[in-house]
Design a protein around this ligand. Structure first.
Ligand code: KG4
Ligand code: ZN
Length: 338
């Protein structure tokens, strides 16, 4: 008998619902919140209000797209954290009430683990699932981690950022250049026509497998401040080269530690996950490493790179198999305990 899981994601500014039949996705519907664009970043209060408006229609469309009724669902999996508390509360409260009404269990999911487990979603664009153990570079707006994955329930963070996340580095560099939020995709687009060697920025070197990105942001800011004194049109004239150069620096920093992690663990099955894994430069760098260093690499479909409920549903599915259910008094957490 098949298992149907409804996944709910509401940790930041995307309201998403997905229906999973075993490891296959039947629907994955996301409502993005354009309301934050004019503020240059996510406004938490506006995010939770938008989740409140979006959640029921998004679930409704997810069920209709999956062509199932809610009575066929076996469980509801939801993001418990980390994320914005007001946003998480909407998904958590909805999931509890919906599951209680249907008399089915709820499953709490860690957002970061879900990004990693998105690699187990079966889809035409995702034919191969990683072999265990594998390493996963999780790069999102809030986190940058190298994780050793021994099984869907056994994961160990072996490297992490001590300050900004890689996504923040992209977003802050974009903001300094006056690009709209979120800046990562904007930089990616501009970088395609720029020269990555046009400008050089310092690559931080932390101990072990850890990362640091705050110094890069500061040096980018000071570099542009000095250039703007000489030429007020500097950014406008060099947008593509600046984007390509900062993107290249971020990718070099990410890949250096990833190479070291492979050397130290002897694991050459390597995945990337999280919003920044949508970056075309990072995707190519991983492909190159596959050819040059003999790694087997796993790059998620774009649909599963940025925040989505399909990854919550697959993480929930693995817990469902172990009868690992949450109780109705579960509350969200804003910081990762992973
Ligand atoms: O995983 P995600 O959707 O949300 C969090 O859990 O944080 O990641 C969002 C981050 C943002 O910082 C965004 O700028 C970045 O992912 N991002 C990108 C690209 N697409 C999204 N960064 C670089 N290049 C991209 N193509
Ligand atoms: Zn995320």
């Amino acid at each position: 008998m098949s298992t149907y899981i409804l996944g709910i994601e509401s940790s930041c500014d995307d309201t998403s619902a997905a229906v999973l039949k075993d490891t296959r996705i039947l629907s994955n519907i996301t409502a993005n919140q354009s309301v934050h664009r004019s503020y240059g970043g996510v406004v938490p209060e506006l995010a939770s209000r938008a989740h409140q408006q979006n959640i029921i229609p998004v679930v409704d469309v997810a069920l209709r797209t999956a062509k199932i009724t809610k009575k066929q669902l076996n469980a509801v999996a939801f993001t418990r954290g980390p994320g914005l508390l007001g946003s998480l509360l909407v998904g958590t409260s909805f999931s509890k009430a919906f599951a209680m009404g249907l008399g089915i269990p709820i499953i709490e999911v860690d957002h970061l683990k879900a990004h990693i487990l998105s690699h187990f979603i079966q889809s035409p664009g995702n034919p191969d699932v990683p072999k265990l153990p594998f390493l996963c570079l999780t790069v999102s707006g809030g986190h940058t981690q190298i994780v050793r994955v021994d099984s869907p329930s056994e994961m160990q963070v072996i490297g992490t950022t001590i300050d900004d996340a890689a996504g923040e580095a992209f977003d802050k560099a974009a903001k300094i250049m006056g690009l709209p939020y979120p800046g990562g995709p904007e930089i990616d687009k501009l970088a395609k026509t720029g020269n990555p060697d046009a400008f050089h920025f310092p690559e931080s070197s932390m101990q072990g497998l850890n990362y640091s990105f705050s110094g890069l942001k500061t040096s980018f800011l000071y570099f542009l401040r000095d250039r703007l004194k000489e030429d007020e049109h500097f950014i406008e004239m060099h947008k593509a080269d600046l984007s390509a150069s900062i993107q290249q620096t971020i990718i070099n920093i990410l890949m250096n530690k990833l190479r070291r992690a492979v050397r130290e663990t002897g694991i050459s099955e390597v995945a990337i996950a999280g919003g920044v894994s949508a970056n075309s430069g990072l995707r190519s760098a991983l492909q190159r490493a596959s050819g040059e260093l003999g790694w087997t690499v796993y790059i998620p479909d774009f649909e599963y790179s940025t925040d989505n409920a399909a990854m919550i549903a697959i993480a929930g599915y693995f817990k469902y198999l172990k009868n690992d259910f949450a109780s109705q008094d579960t509350t969200p957490y804003s910081k990762s305990n992973f």
